[in-house]
Design a protein around this ligand. Structure first.
Ligand SMILES: Cc1cc2nc3c(=O)[nH]c(=O)nc-3n(C[C@H](O)[C@H](O)[C@H](O)COP(=O)(O)OP(=O)(O)OC[C@H]3O[C@@H](n4cnc5c(N)ncnc54)[C@H](O)[C@@H]3O)c2cc1C
Length: 389
């Protein structure tokens, strides 16, 4: 098997190959493993040949300030805490980050309530926002059309790959292992723990551990089901929502100097088609939101950009109408919120079987999952600590 093995610093509890096995080397699985590796022996098992082949490398790379999520939700709490951790690593020079700030703009008076609601939530959460004087906004973003703008100085863009590298290095430094090109196929009860079936294409093996953490992203619900969780009864079936990004040929990147987001409509299941300035200062627009009828991990894009995308951008950036939008990249979200549903939070499910607890399943880790990942890792590590003690 193709193992990325560091010199073990500590042994797993007697009779077990590892203290904890984690399925999935996305931002969330690596964050969980990194935090657990400080007190226990961990193994991460990843289907692909490297880390971050799923949503963690197919997103806007926006470090969200944390203004969109209901007060007391896991999303709000983990977003703010995770953002602070990533800012700290960036200030230490581990992660390239550009503090662009962002404007959320209302283009119609009917959107003002939504902007005020965001401002109010942010104030309660201790996230900095400011309703900007329109003259000041027009001076800062002369090409953006708005009737009101909310300024979020704590929003940034950052290098998600650097975050994945940092988390992998933390795991390695603490003696943890990452096994690539291998799939977790299921989990059975072992004496006081779990027996995890791993298939690397050539052989099927069984790895024993006290705790199992499912961070399989799009496949987290199907893996949970294989582990005996009644996903449908618990209303934890994930919806796959595809998001495409586009570039506007001929539009100079200097047309905006901050991230621009539309005011979110009520009951929205995404933040809307926004303008992202990446670390290099290049512009892209997206992501769209299309709930997939069939689960097919297909990242191809339509050759032609739907008119609705350009129209959505042109509402706040009229010059978008003059440009041809060309496909860039795409990602697929793992969402608990169906098309007609209200807000759904991250779910971290710990299951118990007899007196042997220790399965943890992470479901619906959609946006702001990348920003929140370090905090989710800390939270899961606390659960694992209580299992091991
Ligand atoms: C279009 C889009 C835009 C987004 N924009 C942002 C943003 O700007 N800011 C932000 O904070 N968040 C954003 N998000 C959300 C964020 O990207 C995700 O929440 C986060 O990356 C989820 O990480 P993860 O580790 O849970 O999943 P993933 O990165 O998908 O990782 C899951 C891993 O599990 C592996 N796996 C699956 N099944 C198995 C198995 N059986 N055995 C072993 N391995 C397995 C997969 O190969 C994969 O590597 C966006 C998401 C999308 C799709």
């Amino acid at each position: 098997m193709d193992t990325y093995r560091a010199e073990p610093l500590r042994r797993a509890a007697e009779d077990f190959d590892y203290d904890a096995v984690i399925a999935g080397a996305g931002a969330v699985g690596l964050a969980c493993a990194a935090e657990i590796s400080f007190f226990a022996r961990v193994l991460v098992v990843e289907t692909h040949e490297r880390a971050g082949c799923g949503a963690s490398s197919r997103n806007s790379e926006v470090l969200h300030a944390g203004l969109y999520y209901p007060i007391n939700s896991m999303k709000a709490k983990c977003c703010v805490e995770g953002r602070r951790m990533i800012e700290h690593w960036a200030s230490d020079g581990h992660i390239p980050l550009r503090n662009t700030g962002k404007f959320v703009v209302a283009t119609e008076f009917s959107e003002l309530d939504s902007l005020y609601a965001l401002h109010e939530t942010a104030q309660t959460l201790g996230v900095k926002t400011q309703l900007l004087d329109l003259r000041e906004f027009n001076r800062l973003e002369p090409n953006v059309r708005a009737v009101a703008a909310l300024w979020s100085p704590e929003t940034s863009v950052f290098d998600s790959h650097a975050l994945l590298r940092l988390q992998s290095a933390r795991i390695q430094a603490n003696g943890g292992d990452i096994l690539f090109n291998a799939n977790v196929e299921g989990v059975d009860v072992n004496r006081r723990g779990w027996s995890i079936s791993v298939n690397d294409g050539a052989e099927q093996s069984s790895i024993s551990a006290r705790a199992f953490v499912n961070c399989a992203g799009l496949y987290a619900d199907s893996l949970a089901e294989k582990c005996g969780v009644d996903v449908a009864a618990l209303k934890l079936t994930q919806h796959w929502s595809k998001g495409n990004y586009y570039r506007a040929a001929g539009l100079p990147s200097s047309i905006v100097t901050h991230l621009i987001y539309p005011a979110p409509p009520k009951h929205a299941h995404t933040l809307g088609i926004h303008t992202v300035l990446d670390l290099q200062g290049e512009l892209k627009f997206g992501p769209t939101s299309e709930y997939l009828k069939e689960r097919n991990e297909d990242y191809s894009q339509p050759k032609r950009c739907p008119d609705s995308v350009r129209e959505a951008v042109a509402r706040y950036l009229p010059r978008a109408n003059e440009c041809e939008f060309v496909p860039d990249m795409s990602g697929i979200r793992a969402k608990l919120q169906g098309e007609q549903d209200d807000f759904r939070d991250f779910v971290i499910l710990s299951t118990e079987l007899g007196n042997s607890d220790g399965q943890i399943h992470l479901l619906g880790i959609d946006s702001p999952g990348l920003t929140a990942s370090p905090a989710i890792g800390k939270h899961v590590a606390e659960i694992v600590k209580s299992i091991l003690n």
